[in-house]
Design a protein around this ligand. Structure first.
Ligand SMILES: [Zn+2]
Length: 690
């Protein structure tokens, strides 16, 4: 077949510089069948060296081709707003700057053109290794060759990736900004057939943004080193100022600019100022409302994260913690348990969530005021990424504002301090003003909304009824009957207000397929959503396909995925029809307070208990003090050195038991807050009984 070589050449060169760019490394080229399969080809007659030849040229711009690729890899039938235009711009070789909120389908915008530009490699710059790993795993499941180069790989693995990249074997290659900045990386990349650069989280390049990362500054050199490669900047949150900064810093040339609306109509924003007791009560009420659904709770400190998890477990609501001080393994495991629906409620610091790709989150609840609107929008935006209704509750306390202001005061750089004050004022305005929350967010990001009322926030409509009931604080119910103890979360029929939880899905089937997904993900060593998104799982439950061709009609099942899991899923559905059910074994986990009391009775020290329970020492102390104060635990003299107890008691006699801070200031520095807290708890208990 004479045209074979020409066809390969034509695909490789994109027909632009046909005579000059004769590929030197034929092994890097796709085989003919791959080309024919992957690219819709149209014959064209061209004159080459005076002879007329038939060439087969890719028809990249045709709408059917884009949708065919979308269908083939992603298993979707249509694009979300803006996606198709962005993909087209990239295929045409333009620089682009895209602002697209979380949940808008940002990564597809560069992954799809990368997948279609055969023989070339898109270089994706992203700040987070975990995120890159997950994306590479997902792409592999879709049948798109992708790799990640970072220091976690052994030296010889790294050289394999680098060699294959030079051969053009990957459609996408993920790198950290630090890696890209290395001189040896630049010279190596100059040998890679690059299709374009995609910069994820591009706002990190701007110090006007809320997440400035100095290492992103080095990306300014990209244009210099790779003058011919298009650069695509992506961000989920950028004000006008940050957008201009991105374009300047990356030296984008007449970029096509795309800004998706920041309005997420499926989200309901509810903001409520409350005190500590009311906050706990509202949190419990909210979680009971969303029981059976995935929820993220954001707490401001590690102590609050742990305290909240313990508090919820006392209330019979299983929850897991996530924060930066956990060892990496536990953190990863906790995240996994939440991602795979083993535990529905995750309480985390802001460390949680970057790169989290769980679509079916029904609520994001904040227990303090975030630092900025950008941060709030990003965190709250993790709700409802499946497009179904979801709630964003901001339960804040006045003292949060004081704390934020305190931290701003600590900033030494005057320019940075000024920016921090701006952010502080903006988030306070957001929380306190009585104008539409959606509108405030859109305006903040430079949008000019045409509508007056959103119909989905506490200002425009009203707060949910269950939230406005007077707060009755539930005292932790200890020593309840065993049957009430935290078992597996049973999928409950949604109440009328709980939109978003598909009502037409058999909860038993959903649970059964989730179990299958958990096991499969574990076996493959990937997160559960990489096997299948929640939305696909729900659709499977509704459609219950009986054949592979029916399965391919389920959104999210591309050809590769159907090939990988199709038969297993059909088998699982068959087993369910024959009576098989999920076999979730309830985790026999003692209540936090019970366990703490038992460990103390065994003679464990506070440090040992912290170790056993996987908590910070301060969290354990705070729980012990609460138990003593409530009379559920006898104060144990061994907890605080006798002489210190005497000093603390004397100070309490003079200054009272109301506040700890004056006590701490009056006492010698070697007496800690924890010791004071414990002794005060005992005295308060005694006082109540006098
Ligand atoms: Zn509104």
């Amino acid at each position: 077949m004479q045209w074979h070589g020409i066809l390969r050449l034509d695909v490789f060169c994109g027909l632009r510089n046909l005579p000059e760019e004769i590929p030197r490394n034929a092994a890097a080229l796709p085989t003919l069948s791959e080309v024919l399969e992957l690219q819709a080809l149209a014959p064209a007659r061209l004159l080459i060296d005076g002879t007329s030849r038939t060439l087969y040229t890719p028809r990249m711009s045709s709408e059917t081709d884009l949708v065919a690729a979308l269908r083939r890899y992603w298993g979707y039938d249509s694009f979300r707003p803006l996606q198709e235009r962005i993909v087209r711009s990239l295929l045409e070789g333009h620089d682009i700057c895209v602002v697209m909120p979380t949940g808008g389908g940002k990564s597809l915008c560069y992954q799809l053109p990368a997948a279609m530009l055969f023989g070339k490699t898109a270089i994706v710059i992203s700040p987070l290794i975990a995120l890159m790993q997950d994306q590479v795993a997902q792409l592999a499941q879709m049948g798109i060759a992708a790799a990640l180069l970072n220091s976690s790989l052994a030296g010889d693995q790294q050289s394999v990736v680098m060699r294959k990249a030079c051969e053009g074997q990957y459609r996408l290659l993920y790198l950290s900004p630090e890696r890209l900045a290395r001189a040896d990386t630049v010279s190596w990349l100059q040998r890679v057939p690059i299709s374009f650069f995609a910069i994820d989280e591009a706002h990190c390049i701007s110090e006007w943004g809320h997440e400035f990362r100095p290492e992103y500054r080095q990306l300014s050199c990209l244009r210099l080193h790779f003058p011919d490669s298009p650069i695509a900047a992506f961000t989920a949150s950028a004000t006008r100022r940050v957008r201009h900064d991105i374009i300047d810093q990356l030296r984008l040339r007449n970029p096509h600019k795309y800004i998706a609306s920041f309005r997420r109509p499926n989200l309901r924003y509810v903001v409520k100022e409350c005190d500590g007791r009311m906050q706990s009560s509202l949190l419990v009420r909210a979680l009971r409302k969303y029981s059976g659904s995935n929820v993220i709770v954001y707490a401001p400190t590690i102590a609050r994260v742990e305290g909240t998890v313990d508090f919820l477990e006392e209330q019979g609501i299983p929850a897991i913690a996530y924060h930066g001080k956990m060892d990496a393994r536990t953190r990863r495991r906790n995240q996994e348990r939440w991602m795979s629906d083993e535990v529905r409620v995750l309480v985390g610091t802001i460390a949680f969530g970057l790169g989290i790709n769980k679509a079916a989150v029904r609520a994001v609840i904040h227990l303090s005021l975030p630092k900025s609107i950008e941060q709030y929008y990003q965190e709250a935006g993790r709700a409802g990424r499946d497009g179904l209704p979801a709630d964003c509750l901001l339960l804040w306390q006045k003292r949060d504002a004081g704390l934020l202001a305190h931290f701003v005061e600590q900033i030494t750089d005057p320019a940075e301090k000024q920016r921090a004050w701006q952010r502080y004022r903006a988030i306070r305005r957001f929380a306190e003003s009585k104008s539409c929350r959606h509108r405030q967010i859109c305006s903040h990001f430079g949008e000019n909304p045409k509508w007056a009322s959103c119909g989905a926030c506490d200002v425009c409509v009203s707060e949910p009824e269950w939230l406005s009931k007077p707060a009755d604080v539930e005292r932790p119910k200890r020593r309840r009957s065993a049957s009430l103890a935290a078992g597996p979360v049973r999928p409950r029929r949604p109440e009328s207000e709980e939109k978003g939880v598909a009502a037409d899905v058999d909860p038993e089937l959903r649970e059964y397929l989730r179990e299958w997904r958990r096991a499969t993900a574990k076996q493959q060593g990937v997160p559960a959503y990489v096997v299948m998104h929640d939305s696909s799982l729900e659709e499977l439950c509704r459609i219950r396909p009986g054949s592979l061709s029916e399965l391919l009609r389920v959104s999210g099942f591309g050809e590769r995925k159907a090939e990988l899991y199709g038969q297993q899923i059909l088998d699982a559905l068959g087993q369910f029809r024959n009576g098989a059910r999920a076999t979730v074994v309830p985790e026999k986990k003692p209540r936090p307070a019970e366990e703490t009391i038992r460990l103390l009775a065994e003679g464990r020290t506070l440090d040992e208990i912290a170790e056993i329970r996987g908590r910070q020492r301060a969290t354990v102390v705070s729980m012990v003090a609460d138990l003593v104060e409530q009379g559920d635990l006898q104060f144990q003299p061994g907890l605080v050195d006798y002489e210190k107890q005497v000093s603390i008691e004397a100070a309490c006699a003079r200054l009272g038991l109301e506040r700890l801070k004056p006590l701490k200031e009056a006492l010698p520095p070697e007496i800690t807050f924890e010791e004071i807290r414990l002794v005060v708890a005992r005295l308060r208990r005694q006082q109540k009984h006098q």
